[in-house]
Design a protein around this ligand. Sequence first.
Ligand SMILES: CC(C)(COP(=O)(O)OP(=O)(O)OC[C@H]1O[C@@H](n2cnc3c(N)ncnc32)[C@H](O)[C@@H]1O)[C@@H](O)C(=O)NCCC(=O)NCCS
Ligand SMILES: Nc1ncnc2c1ncn2[C@@H]1O[C@H](COP(=O)(O)OP(=O)(O)OP(=O)(O)O)[C@@H](O)[C@H]1O
Length: 242
Amino acid sequence: MLVVGLTGGIATGKSTVSTLLRAQNIPIIDADVLARQVVAPGTPALKQIVEHFGPDVLRPDGSLDRPKLGAIVFADEQQREKLNAIVHPAVQRAMFWGVMKCWLRGEKVCVLDVPLLIEGGLWRFVGTVVVVYCSPEIQLHRLMARDHSTRERASSRFNSQLPIADKVDYADVVIDNSGDLRDLEEQVDLLIKKLYRQAGYWYLFSWLIPPIGLCSAAWTLLWKSIARSRRSTLRRRHAVAE
Ligand SMILES: CC(C)(COP(=O)(O)OP(=O)(O)OC[C@H]1O[C@@H](n2cnc3c(N)ncnc32)[C@H](O)[C@@H]1O)[C@@H](O)C(=O)NCCC(=O)NCCS
Ligand SMILES: Nc1ncnc2c1ncn2[C@@H]1O[C@H](COP(=O)(O)OP(=O)(O)OP(=O)(O)O)[C@@H](O)[C@H]1O
């Protein structure tokens, strides 16, 4: 199975690409969704968050007040690192099981939608890195429009991530989402063809490697048993001669 890491900057269009991929029956494991599940009421991660940030980050119903915690962590790098250290291990575990489920279902491709794929180092463990790109100006504009936020609030989130130009350096495939949605759909169609072609090679290798491994193990065993029987024949001859 080919595991694809889908990433980009904040509001460059990862979720829009994920939605298009999902519509073509490609399984998506969304880190933002998992990051919400692992801090649901009663989870160990939420307990740790309250221990560190205080009970003020909870709503009256006991759920996490996300805008309040967001205002703290996107304004302070140390606090953000603390939150990441609590949430990320739980998200990574959930992603691992998500990938295992896809593999057991016999999927050929599975996509991990992870905003911090590069920052967190997870890009090293995926077969293909896809970066959704648009210029920082468009990014900020779309972010403010989507979240109805001020430039200041949008900028603090924007500045919490590696610049998009740096993320592009890690990409195997870049999707340029500076144009309209029609343009994006065309690129996603091409991406799907490319991923299935690549998945085909992975599939072939996964079938080729076990037979090659078995052949070399059988050959080694055969060679060793021939050598052993030759040695014992020589030893017998030697004993008879004596
Ligand atoms: C701070 C929180 C509570 C704010 O919640 P909110 O609902 O306002 O935002 P949401 O979770 O939908 O995230 C929106 C986007 O913000 C960006 N973002 C989120 N967390 C981070 C972070 N720690 N560092 C940089 N960017 C981040 C991502 O691009 C994400 O797609 C939340 O983002 C969070 O728990 N973040 C830590 C977990 C995390 O890193 N999630 C990202 C995927 S692992
Ligand atoms: N090609 C496009 N043209 C116009 N608007 C777009 C385009 N692509 C995405 N958008 C809009 O831009 C906003 C950000 O897109 P999206 O939510 O997919 O980004 P994201 O990378 O998943 O963001 P986040 O990092 O916050 O999860 C959304 O409101 C979306 O509808």
